[in-house]
Design a protein. Structure first.
Length: 255
């Protein structure tokens, strides 16, 4: 069931989204050659703690996971697409990093992700990240009253495929509200004019995930969480929490 949020609820979700935005900004600023992923997780924890927010990631255990998630960020490096568990790995020059973060504040959730490079960027990584961001922008632009979920999916998929990138079939965006994951699912590829009609008060986490090698194939790492490209190519993941309103899409996690 899809819950339509009131304007007051969307304002409250904006507050949660701003905590997420501050956490991602702080993590991005702290990320440098030699910094560990666990240290980045601690940076995000500090931002959540200061805001009086909790993490919807920490302890989360969906049906596919064998263990609860042990951190407040997902830190996915190079060929890891999403759901990377922060570890003692220290960032190296040229690494491509995707950070996903959530916050629970006042009973409402926010969810967002960024991708960036550390040290000297490779041109192909810059292009990958820029394409992911354009795909996200296209998806947000399609998130208007009167459109359908398929219009968002088609907008994202069109940008991704035009760039020659792969898309995971089984993972994409989702509804969000009092819980981090709610109905409806928001695929990253689809047919326009299909799916649930978008209405004022719907709030969606829109999140393109691009595989540089062009294949859609991926696998789960031994940790039971991290999803990695089968061909070893790099990946990028970007995300915003977006409210559907009669005035147009409202990005609740805008940084």
């Amino acid at each position: 069931m899809v819950e339509l949020k009131t304007d007051t609820s969307m304002d409250a979700m904006y507050e949660a989204g701003q905590v997420v935005g501050r956490a991602l900004t702080a993590v991005r600023q702290a990320a440098d050659v030699g910094v560990s992923l666990l240290e980045l997780d601690e940076v995000a924890r500090g931002v959540l703690r200061e805001a009086g927010a909790s993490s919807p990631f920490l302890g989360y255990r969906p049906t596919f996971a064998t263990t609860p998630f042990p951190a407040v960020i997902c830190a996915s490096v190079n060929d890891a697409i999403v759901h990377g568990i922060p570890s003692g790995y220290r960032l190296r020059d040229g690494d491509l990093v995707s950070i996903d973060c959530g916050a629970q504040l006042g009973g409402w959730a926010g969810d967002s992700a960024i991708s960036f490079t550390v040290g000297g960027p490779r041109p192909e990584d810059v292009r990958l990240i820029e394409t992911a961001e354009r795909a996200l922008a296209a998806g947000i632009a399609a998130a208007v009253v009167g459109n359908r979920i398929g219009d968002i999916a088609h907008a994202i998929g069109t940008v991704c495929r035009a760039g020659g990138y792969g898309i995971m079939d089984d993972f994409g965006g989702h509804g969000i509200g009092r819980r981090m994951h709610e109905d409806p699912p928001v695929p990253n590829e689809g047919r326009p004019g299909r799916g649930l009609a978008l209405r004022h008060g719907m709030v969606l986490a829109i999140e393109p995930m691009l595989i540089a090698g062009g294949t859609d194939e991926y696998h789960t790492a031994p940790d039971g969480w991290t999803l990695k490209t089968n061909d070893g190519s790099r990946a990028a993941h970007v995300e915003h929490t977006v409210a559907i309103t009669d005035e147009g899409p409202r990005v609740l996690t805008a940084r």
